[in-house]
Design a binder for this molecule. Structure first.
Ligand code: GDP
Length: 440
């Protein structure tokens, strides 16, 4: 995500780094490069221009030319300004109604149905809500089915009336159903078209007026760049929506939409979609996103994701095992599965400061643990709990069974050994400090 923009901004800052002395000309050159990078990332021309003008004014105000590390100061100013451009503070979602009604809008293919499912899952698992999904697409029976499939997947009820051709009625009936059955959030998925057209706009406006949602969300595909901004404007004119959902950010290398949308419609981006799975949803944090664009990483999100997966009961069991020297490959497998739940490797690497730059030429497999898992699965239960018995003969059998090479098995054994030793160390007298150092 944002790789190109990060790269270009990095080059822009290099202009400053390369010079022993910073002059007003260098700063102007750097900012010109910054502007070019933003334009290349599909950021609206006027926004890019205003952006660099503002940064320049601030830079001069803060006397960037006389500070010790002008490059860093400029990076900070650019970061602050990017944050501001993307919305400043985190925007929450209004769940005050009984039930709270959320209306989803957007073009066909933008990821509305997928996001409706993700949001329902998020509200159910993270906010302890009982959501009801409503299928209001009366044109494509497949869309209704798709929502049912999503609902089944996450264990959320889906309300639909396949024979009814009046979306206003369906939405109203769904709300009645929700009230009668104790649902406290109603998420209404509506019909989209491939492009903005009057009929679609009229229809969603009617639904909007009839159900008076607490939240009207506009879903947009981040890969559509400038078009995303135009579509957002068209929908906002009709619905005056409350927030934007930017989907498919996992595939976006330009990122211009995230940067422009807030300033064009003056509505915050509330969530982002980062994959096809139901868990691929993130609250949008402007500051973290700015840091990510600038290649500063997003450690906070990384730690948060780790904490979400952290199971205290499991951790205690693990600690006992380590203390008794019983840590085995099955535990190792559990650990890997926890890491995997945090997201795909590419995404995780992108959150580590500097890592996306350092690893940009390294091909990261989506399932980087595939081989490790295969190797462990080829071990017998005894081998997993007592790795010490794994000799040369056993290694050859494991490699064959897992479709890997003996070297790979050896490498895993070595990694496992190091990890066990480190864990053992953390248990010792100095361990508490070590844990603290690692943020534990
Ligand atoms: P709708 O027509 O607006 O309801 O769009 P869908 O929810 O059917 O999504 C269209 C396609 O985009 C589907 O193939 C989804 O799997 C895919 N999709 C949705 N959100 C994301 C996302 O965040 N990342 C990726 N990579 N694909 C997504």
């Amino acid at each position: 995500m944002f790789d190109n923009l990060s790269d270009k901004l990095d080059k822009a800052f290099h202009i400053l780094k390369g010079h022993g002395k910073i002059t007003e000309v260098n700063v102007a050159d750097t900012l010109k490069e910054v502007r070019r990078a933003l334009l290349d990332a599909d950021v609206n021309f006027k926004i890019a221009k205003d952006f660099t003008t503002k940064v320049k004014e601030k830079a001069i105000g803060q006397d960037v030319l006389t500070t010790l590390q002008p490059g860093q100061l400029l990076v900070k100013l650019v970061k602050d300004e990017l944050t501001e451009l993307m919305g400043g503070d985190v925007a929450g979602i209004n769940l005050s109604g009984t039930p709270s009604i959320i209306l989803m809008s957007g073009l066909q293919g933008s990821g509305k149905t997928t996001f409706s499912g993700k949001l329902a899952n998020y509200l159910k698992t993270k906010k302890n809500k009982k959501p009801l999904l409503v299928a209001c697409d009366i044109y494509r029976p497949a869309a209704i089915n798709q929502l049912h499939v999503v609902g089944d997947q996450i264990g959320v009820e889906v309300y639909s009336e396949p024979e009814n051709k009046n979306p206003v009625e369906i939405a109203q009936n769904a709300i009645k159903h929700a009230k009668a059955n104790g649902f406290n959030v109603v998420i209404v998925d509506t019909a989209g078209r491939l492009a903005v057209d009057q009929e679609m706009m009229d229809e969603i406006a009617r639904v909007h007026k009839a159900i008076q949602p607490q939240e009207t969300l506009f879903v947009v595909d981040a890969m559509t760049g400038q078009d995303a901004v135009n579509t957002a404007k068209a929908f906002n004119d009709i619905l005056n929506f409350d927030g934007v959902i930017l989907t498919k950010l996992d595939g976006d290398t330009r990122g211009g939409a995230a940067i422009s949308i807030k300033s064009v419609v003056n509505k915050p981006i509330k969530f982002v979609g980062t994959g096809e799975k139901m868990e691929a949803i993130d609250v949008f944090y402007p500051e973290r996103m700015a840091e990510r664009i600038l290649g500063m990483g997003d450690v906070v999100s990384l730690v948060e994701r780790a904490q979400e997966q952290f199971d205290e009961e499991e951790a205690r069991k693990l600690q006992k095992k380590i203390a008794k020297n019983e840590f085995g490959f099955d535990d190792f497998l559990t650990q890997i599965q926890q890491v995997k739940k945090m997201g795909n490797m590419k995404d995780l690497v992108g959150m580590i400061p500097g890592a996306s730059k350092a690893m940009k030429d390294v091909e990261i497999e989506d399932d980087a643990f595939k081989h490790i898992e295969a190797i462990i699965h080829s071990m017998t239960p005894t081998e997993r709990s007592k790795p010490a018995i794994i000799d040369v003969k056993r290694k050859a059998r494991i490699a064959k069974g897992s479709g890997t090479k003996v070297e790979q098995v050896n490498q895993l054994m070595k990694q496992f050994d190091q990890m066990s030793k480190m864990m053992k160390m953390m248990q010792g007298p100095g361990g508490k400090n070590l844990m603290k150092m690692m943020g534990g």
